[in-house]
Design a protein around this ligand. Structure first.
Ligand SMILES: Nc1ncnc2c1ncn2[C@@H]1O[C@H](COP(=O)(O)OP(=O)(O)OP(=O)(O)O)[C@@H](O)[C@H]1O
Length: 467
C-alpha cells in the first residue's frame, strides 16, 4: 500500500484539532502560565473574581445576562456535552452520513463546525458535509436527524457552499396559556414605548414599542393567534384610549369578524376595502394636519396629549387592502401607507398590519415595518420574509409550529440587540377580556370630537386663506 493508505498521525490530528479550537487550547496554557508566573493564590483569586463578577451580573441584571452571556455559555455547554466528538460521530453514522475512507479504512463523518444556541430550546448546528454529500441528502434525512437529535422540529438550511445549518428546536416552553395584558388603572400608567404583548420563552414580559416611528407587522396563518396581538396592545393602552390620548382607527377587512361588534371603541372603523381606503386617507390627512400644527408651533416632535394624541391605524387582513381589492384601491392604499410609515414618527402616527402571507405582492412596503412578529406560517420561506434573512436558520422555525390550540399565539420576534430570534407567546385575550376593554375604555364621543378640533379649525383657516 502507498503512503495514502495510512491515516494521519495522532500528533497531526491533535494539532489540527487545536488549530480548530483555539479557545480550548489557549485556556489551559494561559492558566498554566499564570500559575507559574503569578502563583496559585493570585490565579485562584483572579478566577474567583471573574466568577463573582459573572454571578453578580447573572443576579443583578438578568435581562442583559440572558441576552448576551447565556447564549454563549449555552452554546459552549451544548458543544462540549451534547454534541461532543464521539456522540456526534455516532449520531452521524446512525443517520447514515458516515463513510469509510477506502484508502485508510477510517469512517469519516460530516464535521461539526460551530454550535449556536439562541435560546434554551433552540440550537443551530453548522456542519461541513463530506465531499459528495448534497444539501438535498440532508433535507431528505430530516426526519431521521430530528429523531436522532430528539428534536421536536428540525430545519435544514444551506448557509454557503460547503456549510449546512441544522436548526434544532426542542420542547414547547409555553405549556400554559399566557394571561392577557392588564388594563392599567390610569392613563399615566400606559407606557407607549413598551406595550405588553405576552411572554418570551424565558418567562419575561414581551413588550413592543408603539411610538418613535414603530410600525408593527404580524404574520400568521389562519388560526395562528393574530387576534391576540390586536387586543393585547389595545388593553395595555386602554385608559389612554378612553382619555383621548390615543386614538385607534381599525380596518376589519375579514368582513367585520374581528371587531364588528365593538366598532364604537374605535375612532374610525371600516370593514370593506373601499371604506378602508377612506379611513387610511383620513388618517394620512390627520397626519399632515398634525405636521402643520407642530411646524406652526416650532415643534419637531409630538408629545402625547389630548391635542396631539398618539394615532394608531390597525389593519386586520392587510391582503384585502394591498392585493385583493380593485387595482385603483390597492395602489392608493399602498401609497398612503408608505406615506404614513415614512413620516409618522414625529407627528405620532403608527401602523400595525396583520397578514397571513408576507409575500412582496401582499406586503409591498414590508421594509417600512420596523417591528415584526412571525406566528405559525404555512411556508418555509415566510419566517425570513417577515423577520429578515437568515432568521429561520438561526432558529425561527415558524413553519414547523404545529397547527393546534396548544401552540396558538406562539411565534418569533427578533431581539433588537443580539439579532437572535426569540420564541414568544401572545397573551390570550378572551371574548370577556375584549368586552371588559370595550366596556371600560370606550372613549366618550363628545370628548373625541374636542380632541381633533384644532386641526379642523386650522384646515378651515387655510382653506379660507387659499380661497
Ligand atoms: N395567545 C393565545 N394563546 C392560546 N390560544 C390562543 C391564543 N390566541 C389564539 N388562541 C386560540 O387560537 C384560535 C385562533 O386564534 P385567532 O382567531 O386569533 O387566529 P387568527 O390568526 O386571527 O386566525 P384568522 O386569520 O383565521 O382569523 C382561538 O380561537 C384560540 O382558541
Amino acid at each position: 500500500m502507498g503512503k495514502d493508505s495510512r491515516r494521519k498521525g495522532i500528533e497531526w490530528r491533535a494539532a489540527g484539532w487545536m488549530a480548530r479550537h483555539p479557545a480550548m487550547t489557549t485556556a489551559p496554557a494561559v492558566l498554566g502560565t499564570s500559575m507559574v508566573e503569578f502563583g496559585p493564590v493570585t490565579t485562584a483569586s483572579v478566577l474567583a473574581g471573574v466568577g463573582a463578577a459573572g454571578l453578580s451580573w447573572y443576579r443583578g441584571h438578568p435581562a442583559t445576562f440572558d441576552r448576551h452571556a447565556a447564549p454563549w455559555m449555552r452554546a459552549f455547554r451544548q458543544r462540549w456535552v451534547r454534541y461532543i466528538g464521539r456522540r456526534w460521530r455516532g449520531l452521524m453514522i446512525d443517520c447514515e452520513f458516515g463513510r469509510e475512507n477506502r484508502r485508510t479504512g477510517h469512517v469519516e463523518v460530516p464535521r461539526l463546525l460551530r454550535v449556536r444556541s439562541a435560546s434554551p430550546s433552540i440550537d443551530t448546528l453548522y456542519i461541513k458535509p463530506l465531499r459528495g454529500q448534497s444539501f438535498k441528502r440532508f433535507q431528505d434525512a430530516q426526519d431521521e436527524l430530528a429523531m436522532a437529535l430528539r428534536a421536536d422540529a428540525l430545519g435544514v438550511t444551506k448557509v454557503k457552499p460547503g456549510v449546512i445549518a441544522l436548526t434544532v428546536v426542542r420542547g414547547n416552553p409555553f405549556t400554559d396559556i399566557v394571561a392577557p395584558a392588564e388594563i392599567p388603572a390610569d392613563a399615566a400608567d400606559v407606557d407607549l414605548s413598551a406595550i405588553y404583548m405576552g411572554e418570551d420563552e424565558h418567562g419575561n414580559d414581551w413588550t413592543e414599542p408603539f411610538i418613535g416611528g414603530k410600525h408593527l407587522l404580524v404574520c400568521g396563518a389562519t388560526g395562528s393567534g393574530k387576534d391576540s396581538l390586536i387586543w393585547n396592545p389595545l388593553r395595555a393602552m386602554g385608559p389612554a384610549i378612553r382619555d383621548g390620548l390615543v386614538q385607534v382607527d381599525f380596518l376589519d377587512l375579514k368582513g367585520g369578524m374581528t371587531a364588528g361588534s365593538h366598532r364604537q371603541f374605535f375612532h374610525r372603523y371600516a370593514d370593506d376595502p373601499d371604506e378602508g381606503l377612506k379611513v387610511i386617507e383620513a388618517f394620512r390627512d390627520d397626519m399632515k394636519a398634525t405636521q402643520r400644527h407642530l411646524a406652526a408651533e416650532g415643534l419637531r416632535n409630538f408629545t402625547v396629549s389630548r391635542e396631539t394624541p398618539f394615532r394608531l391605524l390597525m389593519i386586520d387582513e392587510l391582503a384585502m387592502m394591498t392585493a385583493l381589492g380593485s387595482s385603483g384601491t390597492t395602489r392608493a392604499a399602498i401609497k398612503l401607507m408608505a406615506e404614513v410609515m415614512t413620516q409618522g414618527r414625529a407627528p405620532g402616527f403608527g401602523l400595525c398590519a396583520y397578514v397571513q402571507e408576507p409575500t412582496k405582492d401582499i406586503v409591498p412596503v414590508r421594509d417600512l415595518f420596523t417591528g415584526r412578529v412571525c406566528l405559525r406560517t404555512t411556508a418555509e420561506n415566510h419566517p425570513d420574509m417577515v423577520l429578515g434573512e437568515g432568521m429561520r436558520q438561526r432558529g425561527a422555525l415558524a413553519d414547523e409550529i404545529p397547527a393546534d390550540d396548544e401552540h396558538a399565539g406562539i411565534g418569533f420576534r427578533v431581539d433588537k440587540y443580539t439579532r437572535r430570534p426569540v420564541r414568544v407567546r401572545a397573551g390570550y385575550a378572551t371574548d370577556e377580556d375584549i368586552s371588559e376593554l370595550v366596556r371600560t375604555c370606550t372613549p366618550d364621543p363628545a370628548s373625541q370630537s374636542n380632541v381633533i378640533q384644532f386641526r379642523r379649525d386650522e384646515d378651515t383657516d387655510e382653506d379660507e386663506q387659499a380661497a
